[in-house]
Structure formats: structure tokens, C-alpha cells
Design a protein around this ligand. Sequence first.
Ligand code: AP5
Length: 220
Amino acid sequence: MNILLIGPQGSGKGTQADLLAPKFNLIKIATGDLFRSAMASGSQLGESVRRYYDQGELVPDDVTLSVVAERLDSIGEDGVAGAIFDGFPRNLAQAAGLDEALASRTLRVDHVIELVVPEDVLVNRLSGRRVCSKCGAVYHTEFQPPRSENVCDVCGGELIQRADDTPDAIQRRLKLYSEQTAPLLDYYRPRGVLQQIDGNRPIEEVQRDLEAAVVEPANA
Ligand code: AP5
């Protein structure tokens, strides 16, 4: 089972992907996470994506597609039942590239879930987001606080603010979403795989509906 989570920045894709992946034995393919760990490791890939990332711009499609294709090979190995994609694809070229990469492995996109959240809520979520500098776990100062201030519940790492969660980069990312990513909804809708979920509710309620959506056939 391969699931795409689509939604603007701050809609909760990463939060929900982390909860869903272990329940269905899926690997999480989150291009933003992959780029962040490449930058943290100081690799060549990390250096090549940093200027796009910090400005809130999209990393070039060829780089993004090759990073994703590499991860697809683990589907079917060691009980991995599929993938949940978070933050990918982000434009029509990436969606077409994903279709091709999946088809060459006799796989396909089974569910596309759009998380719907109003813009003022998104800005509030992104401004209060904190992430673990070691393991990448996501928190919010108000909605999902850690047990001890600035300390990760999972690994004890220090919590930091992401470099692209600045007011300017947030505005740029939200604009890019409506221009480049939102059109993907029309790309997937005719296939009958697209469902919408109200993401402006507590994390547990969104999670419950998301789980129901991927065990029942898509009908939108
Ligand atoms: P990426 O890491 O994918 O970031 P994003 O798309 O900007 O998405 P976010 O991580 O901001 O939002 P999210 O929906 O995952 O929200 P989250 O769950 O964290 O990409 C970063 C950059 O990498 C891009 O700008 C680009 O440069 C590059 N990149 C990545 N993919 C690319 C691609 N495919 N092509 C080209 N470039 C690419 O939640 C946000 C906050 O809200 C958290 O604090 C959380 O605790 C809180 N929260 C979540 N759910 C709820 C809820 N229900 N109620 C209250 N609070 C909630």
C-alpha cells in the first residue's frame, strides 16, 4: 500500500506519517527529512540543497526524484508493505516521475490524502514548531509540547526551530504550495484515489480518520 499525504506546510503531514507508518509497516519517505539529514551530515547532497531549503524554494526535481527512487527499493524487503510519502511529490513533474518509478516496480499510488487546514492556523503551527536536533521528532510549543522544555521525549536531544520556519520562508513556501502542489489534486482526482480530511482538529482525531481512510476504499 502506497499513500501520499498532500497538504500545505504545517498541515500535519509529518506528524501523521510518523504515526501511520509503524501501524501499517510502511516506510516513511519524507523528502524534507532526507534533505535535513543530508545537510546535517555535511554531505555533497546536503550542500547542494541547502540554498533552496533555507529560502523555502523547491530542490530541483532531478535531485529529489533520485533521492526518492533510492528509497523505493526497500519496499517488499523485511516485511515493508509500502510507503507513505510526506512532502513528495510537490509538482506535476515529480508526480509523473513517481508514477514511472512505482510502475517499474509493479507498484502504484493507492491513496492520496489531502489534509485541509486554514492558512492562519498553518502560520501559527509553523511558528511554534520545534524539532529534535538529533532524531527529528516534531513538537509544538503549545499543541504538542515535550515533557521537559526544549528536550526531546524520544532521545533527549535539544529541540530547535527549523531554518525555514521564519516568517519570510513560511510565506514563500505557502505560495509555492498553492502554485505548484495544489494542482496535484486535479492530477489524482480522476483516479478515484483522493480523499480529504479536516486537519484542523486534534492530532488523535486526524489520525483516526486517516487510518479509516486507508483501510476503506477511496471513493472521491
Ligand atoms: P518539508 O520538510 O517537507 O516541509 P514542508 O512541506 O514545508 O512541510 P512541513 O514539514 O512544514 O509541514 P507538515 O505538514 O509536515 O507539518 P508538521 O507535521 O511538521 O520540506 C522542507 C523543504 O525541503 C522545502 O521547503 C524544500 O526546500 C525541500 N523539499 C522537501 N520536499 C521537496 C520536494 N518534493 N521537492 C523539492 N523540494 C523539496 O506539523 C507542523 C506543526 O504543527 C508541528 O509543530 C506539529 O506539532 C503541529 N501539528 C501537527 N498536527 C497538528 C494538529 N492536528 N493540531 C495542532 N498542531 C499540530
